[in-house]
Design a protein around this ligand. Structure first.
Ligand code: PDD
Length: 285
């Protein structure tokens, strides 16, 4: 595997990062995960805008984020991933400096790392649906920044695995915030309901895509908290995200959702998502 590290494309086994890197010491960095369908990066501009916002929030000085698209595209080519589906992981940390909590001086430049690998679209999981589990949302109050400080998310995902669930859904103050690596949407009486953007959720690119699809399909959208106690009454619940795409949840902690089978709104949105992917593959959108 060829990866990108600080300006060079090198075999992954040759990529070395300093033990002084603040990403390692303090989780002082941001990341993005892009999907690339048959060599076409999906929603690149949206990911770059969010990356820019994350960098700004952490006050990491980085030049034009447009360079990231070039890096991602080059990684797809060099790893022979243009004829398949792939994901590109990109991480930018504040760089390497002797361990001090406060930021290092301007002479410390960010560390940029990126890699690409194959991505198997979750087709079967969309067809049959998945189960989820609830966990308390004990994260910090800036979940809107896509930082690499993902320990609570990693523990939540581990809990899900131990409970034989696909995803852990965080619950804060009686409402579902988001999954460990996904946003969460519900359907109630024909309306798509999803948590409003706030400092407690990541502004997901897929969430935005799904809201656009709802507009296209005349599915009403309500950006409103999905309450924990109302879960048994929901018609549908589904995960959305770059790697989850649109994934219906059929059961949470033993409680069936709706009919206990994938519902029509998730199905319609899944088909709409496929249409966008097909369009991107054909037209390079
Ligand atoms: N996760 N919420 C969280 C906490 C996430 O980590 C993600 C993405 C999402 C969905 O965002 P998007 O639609 O932009 O992918 C929501 C990525 C894929 C990851 O960490 O692997």
């Amino acid at each position: 595997m060829i990866v990108y590290l600080n300006g060079a494309y090198v075999p992954k086994s040759k990529a070395a990062i300093s033990p002084d890197d603040r990403g390692f010491l303090f989780a002082d960095g941001v990341y993005e995960v892009f999907a690339a369908y048959e060599g076409r990066l999906f929603r690149t501009a949206d990911h770059l805008t969010r990356l820019e916002r994350s960098l700004k929030a952490l006050r990491i000085e980085f030049g034009d984020v447009a360079v990231v698209e070039e890096i991602a595209q080059t990684l797809l080519e060099r790893n022979d991933l243009c004829g398949t589906n792939a994901k590109v992981y990109l991480q930018i940390t504040r760089g390497a400096a002797p361990r001090n909590h406060a930021f290092p001086g301007a002479d410390t430049s960010p560390t940029i790392y990126a890699c690409a690998s194959t991505f198997a679209r979750p087709v079967e999981k969309r067809r049959v649906g998945v189960s989820a589990t609830f966990v308390p949302d004990n994260r910090w109050a800036r979940c809107d920044i896509k930082t690499v400080a993902l320990l609570p998310n990693a523990i939540a995902a581990q809990t899900a695995e131990e409970r034989d669930a696909e995803e852990a859904i965080f619950v804060r103050d009686g409402a579902l915030t988001e999954g460990s690596h996904t946003n969460v949407c519900a359907a109630v009486d024909g309306t798509m309901v999803t948590a409003p953007l706030s400092n407690y959720i990541l502004p997901g690119i897929t969430r935005a895509v799904i809201m656009e699809l709802c507009a296209d399909f005349a599915i009403p959208v309500r950006e409103f908290p999905v309450l924990f106690e109302e879960v048994p009454k929901l018609d549908e619940l589904f995960l959305v995200g770059t790697t989850a795409e649109v994934m219906p949840i059929i059961e949470v902690d033993g409680t069936p959702i709706g009919s206990g089978r994938p519902g029509p709104i998730a199905q319609r949105l899944g088909e709409g998502f496929d249409g966008l992917v097909a369009g991107a593959v054909e037209g390079g959108a």
